[in-house]
Design a protein around this ligand. Structure first.
Ligand code: FMN
Length: 247
């Protein structure tokens, strides 16, 4: 196994950091790595924001309810962004639209690929990271705090920093290969049920051992509960306000 694959396989989210801030140099290196990701039709439909203002970090923490949004080496926010495309078109005396579902997919994929490049680059430098989707608990307010114009919305944040002493996270096993990889024809659930059942049991044991038996939910129970909630219904409204999904 080469070093890159070892690094990827060793990923775990980290949520406790020292007070040491990321240097300007490190931030530039990370953003450069993020920008090197592939981008649909070269459109680069995202922006990356760095949040250093303590008041703004505090306000974003309140939205997320997670302390590490305030206490970290650096807080990045990934923004799906067609604002600059729209303005450049205006300057050229023409108009563009980004109101189709396809445009939304392009922006979300572009921003996510950049984010994952940044995450991997950070981990390769000994930093820890955690994505922060909970900024979408109030997607409108998060965008207002950051001064986002039309055509731009908060997709997620990412905290990065130097791991607190002893903080090594915990590697969470993923679904088995057989359940995720399908060759030529999609395999229905019955064909991989045994693999998923065995995985469920291992995850239940994992939680049980980490919580002294206080928690022992299976992966399938966890995701069923999560996906049965009707959450963040205001995201759709905000996206339409920002000019997305209007078609
Ligand atoms: C888009 C996205 C949003 C996430 N949002 C949060 C979040 O708001 N808070 C948090 O603590 N973890 C968040 N996570 C981290 C996931 O919970 C974590 O990746 C998952 O449980 C697997 O654990 P691991 O990253 O340690 O392997 C997010 C991950 C992704 C990809």
């Amino acid at each position: 196994m080469n070093d890159v694959i070892k690094l990827l396989n060793n990923h775990r989210s980290l949520r406790k950091f020292t007070d040491e801030k990321l240097s300007e140099d490190t931030i530039r290196t990370l953003v450069g790595a993020a920008q090197s990701a592939s981008t649909s039709s070269y459109v680069q439909a995202y922006s990356i924001m760095g949040v250093t203002d303590p008041e703004k970090k505090k306000a974003l923490r309140e939205i997320s309810t997670q302390s590490y949004v305030e206490h970290n080496g650096h807080l990045f926010v990934f923004v799906v962004d067609f604002y600059r495309h729209k303005e450049l078109a205006k300057q050229a005396g023409t108009e563009i639209s980004y109101d189709k579902t396809e445009n939304l997919i392009v922006g979300v994929v572009d921003a996510s690929l950049a984010a994952q490049n940044l995450a991997t680059a950070a981990e390769s430098m000994g930093l820890g990271i955690c994505y922060i989707g909970s900024l979408r608990n109030d997607i409108k307010k998060a965008g207002e705090i950051l001064g986002l114009p039309e055509g731009a919305f908060v997709l997620f944040g990412m905290v990065a920093g130097y791991p607190e002493l002893g903080e090594d996270g915990s590697k969470k096993e993923r679904l088995p290969f057989e359940a995720v990889y399908h060759e030529n024809t999609y395999q229905k659930i019955e064909e991989v049920q045994d693999d998923i059942d065995a995985y469920d049991q291992r995850i239940s044991d994992y939680y049980s051992s980490r919580t002294n038996g206080k928690r022992d939910d299976k992966w399938s129970e966890q995701v069923t509960e999560m996906l049965s909630k009707k959450q963040r219904l205001d995201v759709d409204t905000l996206l339409k306000e920002k000019g997305f999904l209007r078609q």
